[in-house]
Design a protein around this ligand. Sequence first.
Ligand code: XMP
Length: 470
Amino acid sequence: MFREGLTFDDVLLIPRKSRVFSRKEINTTTRLSRNITLHVPLISANMDTVTESRMARAMAEAGGIGIIHRFCSIEKQVDEVRKVKRAENVMIDDPVTVDPDQTAREVRQIMNARGVSSALVVEKYGKKLVGILTSRDMLFEDSNGRRVKEIMTKKVITAAPNISLTKAQAILHEHKIEKLPLVKRNGDIAGLITLKDILKKIHNPYASKDSRGRLLVGAAVGVKEDTLSRAQALLEADADVIVIDIAHGHNARVLETVKMLRKKFGKKIEIIAGNIATSEAAIDLIKAGADALKIGIGPGAACTTRLVTGVGVPQLTAIQDVVKIARKHDVPVIADGGIKNSGDFSKALAAGADTAMIGRLLAGCKESPGEYVMDRGTAYKYYRGMASHEAGNDKAVLDGGKDGFTRAPEGASGKISYSGEAAMVISDLVSGLRSSMSYLGAHTLSEFSKNAEFIRITEAGLHESKPHGV
Ligand code: XMP
């Protein structure tokens, strides 16, 4: 007899008596891992068409978290982590600087690379502030060859490095400016306060922050020779969580890597390990020392693992099997892959997952890596499985080793519709989740999974669940 495995489209959640009268009463706070709390149970996938610093910032600002992918050099990955860490610190202590003789073209490149809209101008070979270049200075600057000293604003309003936030806010208000460079007595730059960061702080009380008020960010590592040095560099850059990202997480090498990282970094590291789909894998990874488990073998939109290998477990059953074990050990669980809408997101959490990881739904956003492309009047972005032929990582993703065998790709790739700002996509997903929680009479996510009763549906039921006849 075969066991039956079910996934999102096979079931619906049964509504029950509710005492939830307003969605304001609903709290979506959850745990990402043993020691990290999030207000929004969403994670952007560690894929090279989904999460670099821009997406990770957007995720943390919205209350979730992004995991910077590992398909780049250690330096590049560390740099992406640093960009997030610097993003919402109201006082930026190493602002981007340029020198007066650089050209507008060079400055644009620097601003794009660093993800900023302004730069402080400092004297060549020194730290003395001589001007500021704002996005307005650059706006109508169409000659790429002009020098910074010709286009910068020379009269700069500044403040002392130890200024309070309230005073800084008052100066920004009084002078109707958006950037306030902090300058030492000798004229050297000590930092920068921006209006945007102050507003974000006020309007985003639920943003995911570390103990120093900086946005949370995670980063992925593999199980290769560079794993230890990569993890070390990422931790030095203050990455909050390290994801051991392997297609088959129930692998002796993954278990050894979890143990090795735990031994080396002790409590300084928060480890998410995966991907897995069985209770046996959950037991082994928890024993090895994982702080959270990531579930999903083949459910993702760009996955072809199940077609290529015949291996996998339908995602809802995989979540339930892992949750049974993880709950006993108080280890949070991440449902990774296959979420097509807020209904699937809700079902994953109702089945007991603490958070969900999303690839495709976020890959079309403005903040995912790469620019959108126009094709016959429609905007698209690219999305590719990390084990796809196009990503060229098949061997690395699958085993991280150099066994000399070529592997069949296990991922697909293609264009997907451009979907605007990540904040909107996140808000739609969370809004659907809140409604789902209210249908189940749940004020919190733990009540939600306790109250959840699934009903299995037929093809006709699935058809009925979708718009028809309109
Ligand atoms: P969604 O459905 O949100 O899924 O796009 C994202 C997850 O898909 C996994 N992933 C892959 N799985 N081959 C696979 O079998 C691949 O090439 C591949 N690339 C990503 C991954 O777990 C991701 O978070």
